[in-house]
Write a protein that binds this ligand. Structure first.
Ligand SMILES: NC(=O)c1ccc[n+]([C@@H]2O[C@H](COP(=O)([O-])OP(=O)(O)OC[C@H]3O[C@@H](n4cnc5c(N)ncnc54)[C@H](OP(=O)(O)O)[C@@H]3O)[C@@H](O)[C@H]2O)c1
Length: 349
């Protein structure tokens, strides 16, 4: 046994390097051909039933508008009822034949069951499930006052996706439907103050990669890894060290710095296009995918840069982080942040 491991330790890197060298060009050609094929046979979602969880603001809201423009029936879910109803009204104006708002806490399995039951009762079928609900804790682990309050992050960001998926699969199988999973590029990129968020997103990616093998071609799964995108989260709505949801734009600035924030309309259009094309993975904006290669090939360097740039001592102000100071250089904030995310106003109800 020990001999076998020693042999594999020697052979596996050589085989892998050779495969990288010889297979990469072939693989790229294969990927381009597959992309062309998927683009030609892209799904038309006119008249299809789409359930979007996390539709009251940000990316989910704009995904709703994008499906509406394409003529889909919409079921919109999140906790804030008034905001959901407003989104439903706008979606109808944009072209959705029908859009209903169902207030739901996705971390509660009974709420999820009710959401699916009401969807099927109303429309009799489900074609796309879009999982987009999320909360963003942003604090150093050592600063947390009650660690148990952070289990709620996994309840929403991971279990919320899992519950909705588990309950939807029987209906998606019938329609050969699709699951659009809004994960994050944070799933691969380590950063101080983001441990819980990044772990929840890595769990989501891993869950769906395995589930895809179980479902095969019966239900499509598109894993989306957005970079920074215009939303309430990028306005600074975060969970702080006391487990409370607050708007903290200094913390946001220290964490996001000069990384450009993409407009939600552009992101939503790319997500719906990718879902309709049946993409397996989708990064938006596209360049954010290249950061994954840095993490794979130069992990220590990424770690060193992110610590030097983003980290401050436990108890210190995020205003002291080099990332925040760089953003304060005149002109850079305007380059990185759209006007909308500079306002601390978020939807209330
Ligand atoms: N913005 C970015 O830069 C970025 C980047 C990568 C990935 N993402 C991911 O994109 C997704 C959408 O976030 P966003 O950026 O658009 O932020 P957002 O504007 O804060 O939207 C979050 C959405 O999730 C809903 N939500 C939160 N907790 C919920 C719960 N327990 N039950 C049901 N709905 C819940 C919120 O609605 P209620 O509060 O009304 O419940 C809201 O509709 C998240 O999964 C986030 O992690 C965002």
């Amino acid at each position: 046994m020990d001999f076998l491991h020693r042999l594999l330790n020697l052979i596996a890197p050589i085989v892998t390097l050779n495969a990288l060298f010889f297979l990469t060009p072939l693989y790229c050609v294969f990927k381009v051909l597959c992309y062309i094929n998927r683009s030609i046979s892209k799904e038309d979602v006119t008249g299809k039933v789409v359930l979007i969880v996390g539709a009251s603001s940000g990316i989910g809201e704009h995904i709703a508008y994008e499906y509406a423009r394409r003529g889909s029936y919409l079921v919109l879910a999140a906790r804030r009822e008034k905001s959901l109803r407003d989104v439903a009204e706008t979606a109808k104006l944009l072209g959705a034949p029908e859009a209903i708002a169902i207030p739901t806490d996705v971390s509660d399995i009974d709420d999820c069951k009710r959401l699916i039951d009401e969807t099927i009762k109303r429309f009799g079928r489900l074609n796309h499930l879009v999982n987009c609900a999320g909360v963003t804790p942003m604090c150093m682990v050592e600063e947390i006052t009650d660690i148990t309050s952070f289990t709620s992050v996994m309840d929403t960001n991971f279990w919320g996706y899992v519950y909705m998926t588990y309950l939807s699969i029987p209906y998606l199988r019938k329609t050969k439907g699709k699951i659009i999973v809004i994960a994050s590029s944070a799933s691969w990129m380590p950063a101080p103050r983001m441990s819980f968020y990044n772990a929840s997103k890595a769990a989501v990616v891993s869950f769906y990669e395995s589930l895809r093998l179980e479902l095969g071609s019966d239900v499509g799964i598109t894993i989306v890894t957005p970079g920074l995108t215009e939303s309430e989260m990028s306005q600074g709505k975060i969970m702080n060290k006391d487990g409370e949801m607050v708007v903290d734009q200094d913390m946001r600035d220290a964490e996001m710095s000069i990384v450009p924030i993409e407009l939600a309309t552009a992101s939503a259009m790319a997500v719906v296009d990718g879902g309709c094309r049946g993409d397996v993975y989708l990064s938006e904006p596209k360049w954010i995918q290249t950061t994954a290669y840095w993490v794979v090939f130069f992990p220590e360097m990424v770690e060193w840069v992110n610590r030097w740039f983003l980290w401050v001592k436990v108890g210190a102000s995020p205003l002291d982080a080099p990332s925040k100071k760089l953003l304060d250089v005149p002109g850079l904030r305007h380059l990185a942040q759209p006007d909308s995310v500079r306002s601390p106003e978020i939807k209330k109800g």
